[in-house]
Write a protein that binds this ligand. Structure first.
Ligand code: PMT
Length: 222
């Protein structure tokens, strides 16, 4: 049986993509499979945490023993996360949330017309940023999926979202990021220290993240 590092702690985690509807048959989304977030949810639950998983649409099965709330859009994810934020001790945002959604959703299937089609997008709410503003006792961990300048952008997110840690993944690295069973991540901590982890399974990344959380919790209790 794994060590009960997180016994008595409430952990809120998001996973998967969001879907932003254009019309009843079409939507915008991304390649997130949910594997990273589900691996963390499973590991945290096995470590004794009371886990709530807010998940976008994925094809994998939620881990047993975890309270799973399925959502579709960024707006729905925002509402569910905000509903559960106050009671959480640890919050991990591994979902790939859409930054934009179609400004209008058509009730009817859009018909083809000659020429090009232009769709106007509007910004969705930034969930992580909102949590950073509302944060009290919570440990707040965000992810950053980047294709370039990982360190610069991850550090910027750490600051601007008032997070305690950012887990950066360069999604162009072979075997890292979306859809794969493995990931190569770098931890960017608030104290400025950085740890670059080797390519390993998402389960191993989840374990490494749990020991980081354990350190953060211990720091707080002194
Ligand atoms: O699901 P998998 O296939 O296993 O892939 C894992 C992953 C690549 C999706 C995951 O490891 C990952 O990097 N998740 C975050 C992806 C992402 O959207 O990164 P971002 O840099 O766009 O967003 C930064 C942070 O802000 C993230 O914690 C994100 O959840 C959060 N965010 C973003 C937009 C928004 N409107 N609200 C948010 O809270």
């Amino acid at each position: 049986k794994p060590v009960q590092l997180l016994k008595g702690k409430k952990l809120l985690i998001t996973a998967g993509p969001t879907r932003e509807k254009i019309d009843p048959v079409r939507f915008f989304t991304n390649h997130s499979s949910g594997k990273m977030g589900y691996a963390i949810a499973k590991a945290a639950s096995e470590a004794g945490a009371d886990v709530t998983l807010v998940s976008g649409p994925v094809t994998i099965t939620p881990p047993s023993g975890v309270t799973t709330i399925m959502v579709e859009t960024a707006e729905e994810m925002y509402n569910q996360v905000l509903n559960h934020f106050d009671e959480a001790d640890i919050v991990i945002k591994s979902a790939a949330v859409a930054d934009y959604r179609p400004a209008e959703t058509s009730d009817q299937k859009m018909k083809k017309k000659d020429g090009t089609l232009t769709i106007e997008f509007e910004r969705t709410k930034d969930i992580l940023k909102t949590l950073g503003v509302q944060k009290k006792h919570q440990i707040l961990i965000g992810f950053a999926a980047e294709t370039e300048q990982l360190e610069t952008y991850a550090k910027r997110k750490l600051e601007s979202k008032n997070a305690d840690m950012i887990v950066g993944n360069n999604i162009l690295t072979e075997g890292a990021g979306f859809g794969t069973d493995t990931n190569a991540v770098t931890f960017f901590r608030k104290d400025g220290t950085i740890s670059e982890l080797p390519l390993q399974t998402k389960e191993q990344v989840a374990q490494a993240l749990l020991s980081e959380i354990d350190h953060l919790l211990k720091e707080r209790s002194v």
